[in-house]
Design a protein around this ligand. Structure first.
Ligand code: BES
Ligand code: MN
Ligand code: ZN
Length: 501
């Protein structure tokens, strides 16, 4: 998908379709939208007055050959009563993209609404269009390979002076959207077509193309590194495990005067989660192919970071394995010694994500990460607490959390912080070892995070539980059903913010 910025009068702009956002508040038509209506001889104003289009959020109306405009079509998109956030505008842009695509209109333009910052409009439009363009049916014998050709954002000529920064906003949004779709391609793959070995090969190919360093830790090396928690999960599977390590190093090296911060991104890469010996029920188990969505999000973010080249070192650690039952599988009650030296009682083999992440967090620290963010489809409990709307966020450091929260806001994703009181630790205090891998029914997302906190130790750390947000069970107007690419926009924005760009 090509992207374009143009500083022109919208009525004069030639395009297959001109997308105009219309507010339900008064005045419903302001700034450039009012100009468009003037060129149309007040047609939109009359339409609004008639009540046939009232600009409710997500309401759309397509007009063919609008007289007075050079555009072939005009698509009105209602934004409702309150000015839309990046989160909402992305959905509106995505819904426009999918409805136009359904009519075979693959090139179109968006008129930036005057009341929203141009950077936010660009971010929302471009990431929304790219997200809307993803189709999950990759193994259909006649795949839907229709893709968007070009999206242009029309800005007022008065912003021409800021063209350079606004082009950077386009570049950032494109990298994020593409990183998100890369993550979604991986998460969408069935486990027979994305084993840990294949996932590592895909990561390696991406790293080569993006100019990232990539190292693959195999089982033998993991044993040398004493990754007992990771290997304990992997021992039940015939597929060899692999821990992917990717590194982005800025060139020239980051500002030597500033204390070197190294962002470590860690992503759960369970390519299939049967539950192991504590096996899951059959109903819905097919969805456990997306239990590597956190790892995929980290890889997608790394691809985008490599494209945007912020002056900050970023490393990624993605532990990948299947979680399978079998004659060699770990069993409830087994004790594993993690890389950090802590002993873990495996109460439930289905709480495997925290085990592989324990060693990945320790390894990221050993490699020099000064700040950690892990992303994982970790618990069903987070979806009980927050549903499919917000990802769960946990943090052991308020200052780093504040930085993360700002990045989340810029990215326009929904996440909700949950607590980590020391009292919760009682639920996972070990009997024969240091720590249990499950803490009972109550506060399941929290006790999982408490477990991970033990392995972040004193390093500022944020944990994202995306079990409820990484997958859409039903198609939405702005996105196909399937993987969502959750967390990629926030991770990329965090890296940019930490780099001070
Ligand atoms: N991968 C699952 C969590 C999950 C559930 C992700 C639903 C996406 C959708 C995780 O490994 C798991 O099985 N967690 C258990 C933990 C329990 C055994 C303490 C859970 O949530 O039931
Ligand atoms: Mn599990
Ligand atoms: Zn899992």
């Amino acid at each position: 998908m090509d992207t374009r910025l143009t500083f022109s009068f919208p009525a004069e702009f030639e395009t297959e379709a001109l997308v105009v956002f219309v507010s339900e508040r008064e005045p419903k038509l302001a700034g450039a939208a009012a100009e468009v209506d003037q060129a149309l001889g007040g047609a939109v104003a009359s339409l609004l007055k008639s009540g046939e289009f009232s600009a409710r959020a997500s309401e759309t109306l397509l007009l063919f050959k609008p007289t007075g405009l050079k555009a072939k079509r005009l698509l009105l998109v209602g934004t409702g009563k309150v000015p839309p956030t990046v989160y909402e505008l992305r959905r509106l842009a995505g819904a426009a993209a999918r409805s136009l695509k359904g009519k075979n209109i693959l090139s179109w333009s968006v008129l930036a609404p005057a009341e929203i910052a141009p950077e936010a409009v660009i971010a929302a439009t471009i990431t929304g269009a790219l997200a809307a363009d993803f189709e999950p049916g990759r193994y259909k014998s006649e795949p839907d390979d229709k893709r968007l050709a070009e999206v242009a954002v029309i800005l007022p000529p008065s912003l021409k002076a800021r063209e350079k920064e606004l082009l950077r906003a386009i570049q950032v949004a494109s990298a994020i959207g593409e990183g998100q779709n890369f993550a979604r391609e991986l998460a969408n793959e069935p486990s027979n077509r994305l084993t840990p070995t294949i996932m590592a090969a895909r990561a390696q190919a991406m790293a080569r193309a993006a100019g990232l360093e990539c190292e693959l830790i195999d089982a033998a090396r993991a044993r040398e590194l004493k990754m007992g928690a990771f290997l304990g999960v992997a021992q039940g599977s015939s597929e060899p495990p692999v821990m992917m390590v990717l590194r982005y190093r800025p060139r020239p090296a980051a500002n030597p005067a500033a204390p070197a911060r190294v962002l470590g991104l860690i992503g759960k890469g369970i390519t299939f989660d049967t539950g192991g010996i504590s096996i899951k029920p059959a109903d819905g188990m097919e969805k456990m192919k997306y239990d590597m969505a956190g790892g995929a999000a980290v890889l997608g973010a790394m691809q985008a970071i490599a494209a945007l080249r912020p002056p900050l070192e970023v490393l990624a650690v993605v532990p990948a394995t299947e979680n399978m039952p079998g004659g060699r599988a770990q069993k409830p009650g087994d004790v594993q010694i993690a890389m950090s030296g802590k002993s873990i009682e495996v109460i439930n083999t289905d709480a495997e994500g925290r085990l592989v992440l324990a060693d990945a967090l320790a390894y990221a620290r050993q490699l020099g990460a000064t700040h950690l963010v892990d992303v994982a489809t970790l618990t069903g409990a987070v979806a009980i607490a927050l549903g499919t709307v917000n990802s769960g966020v946990f943090a052991n450091d308020d200052a780093f959390y504040a930085e993360f929260e700002r990045a989340r806001q810029t990215a326009g994703e929904k996440m909700w912080r949950l607590p980590l009181d020391d009292e919760y630790f009682e639920q996972i205090r070990g009997t024969v070892g240091d720590i249990l891998n499950t803490g009972g029914r109550y506060g399941g997302a929290i006790t999982a995070a408490m477990f991970l906190r033990e392995f972040a130790e004193t390093v500022p750390w944020v944990h994202l539980d995306i079990a409820g947000t990484a997958w859409l069970d039903d198609a939405k107007p702005w996105m196909a059903k399937g993987p969502t690419g959750a967390a990629v926009p926030t991770l990329v924005n965090l890296a940019l913010a930490m780099a001070g760009v």
